[in-house]
Design a binder for this molecule. Structure first.
Ligand code: HEC
Length: 230
């Protein structure tokens, strides 16, 4: 019995020969002329394609526009962040600086609350942001067990913001939690700006007063109330 190759000996040989010829041709002339020929037919070529760097915006910003977010802090509440205010050193910290969970200390030396913690405006803004970002896991009254996700994710909402433990934390610690997160809690630094973080801290303090774990006494006003945080 004859096999397939035996049936078409010349056909197989011809195929191999033409493949070798094509390979030789490609090696000799390279891809460029072929690409040019295709470009003349189709009007464009992959060679001229515009490439983007990672995270590069494919469209230039509109003329006269101002970048909305930057790594620096705005110099005052409600201001668009145009860069680092003069003389203000920006403390850098990560989750590792938070220290032992349950202690809630200073975190960053000299990080001062630039807002008026008792002002109605600040508390209103804090409430607005708390209900946007925190309420789902920490509950409307700060009691984790009352959080909306409590049934489905029993571990996530277990942290009580209006209890005695967080009442004893420093303002800086709560601020830092918002900025860098901790463990299962996501970081909100990229979504909540410097002043808004402080408004949330003020609001969390109010929840603690309402829960009876903190006295309503107004804390001493921040020494540097114009927003120039150190
Ligand atoms: C996705 C759910 C979720 C959201 C949203 C969330 N948290 Fe948390 N939060 C947690 C979890 C989980 C923990 C416990 C973190 C850990 O594992 O150590 C926590 C812990 C905390 C703690 C420390 C509590 C303690 O006893 O040490 C503070 C303060 C806090 N969150 C504040 C906030 C604030 C303010 C917001 C809104 C900006 C917020 N959280 C949004 C889940 C969340």
């Amino acid at each position: 019995m004859r096999n397939r190759t035996d049936l078409h000996p010349t056909g197989a040989r011809r195929l191999v020969r033409s493949m070798v010829a094509m390979l030789a041709l490609t090696t000799l002339v390279g891809c460029k002329p072929l690409d040019d020929a295709m470009a003349s037919v189709f009007g464009r070529s992959m060679r001229d394609s515009r490439s983007f760097d990672p995270y590069e915006h494919p469209m230039p910003p509109a003329e006269g526009s101002v970048a909305f977010a930057a790594g620096n802090w705005p110099s005052a509440d409600g201001e668009v962040n145009l860069g680092q205010p003069e003389g203000v050193a920006i403390p850098y910290f990560t989750q590792f600086d938070l220290g032992t969970p349950g202690v809630g200390g200073e975190v960053v030396q000299g990080l001062v609350n630039p807002t008026d913690p008792m002002s109605a405006e600040s508390l209103e803004r804090g409430e607005e942001l708390y209900s946007r970002f925190c309420v789902v896991c920490h509950g409307p009254d700060g009691v984790g067990a009352n959080a909306y996700i409590a049934d489905k994710h029993p571990l996530l909402p277990a942290y009580n913001l209006s209890g005695a433990q967080v009442s004893a934390y420093s303002d800086q610690y709560i601020y830092a939690m918002i900025r860098v997160g901790r463990g299962l809690m996501p970081e909100y630094g990229g979504r909540i700006t410097h002043f808004d973080r402080w408004h949330i801290v003020n609001y969390v303090r109010q929840l603690q007063v309402q829960a009876g774990t903190r006295s309503a006494e107004a804390p001493a006003p921040a020494p540097d109330a114009d927003g120039g945080d150190q």
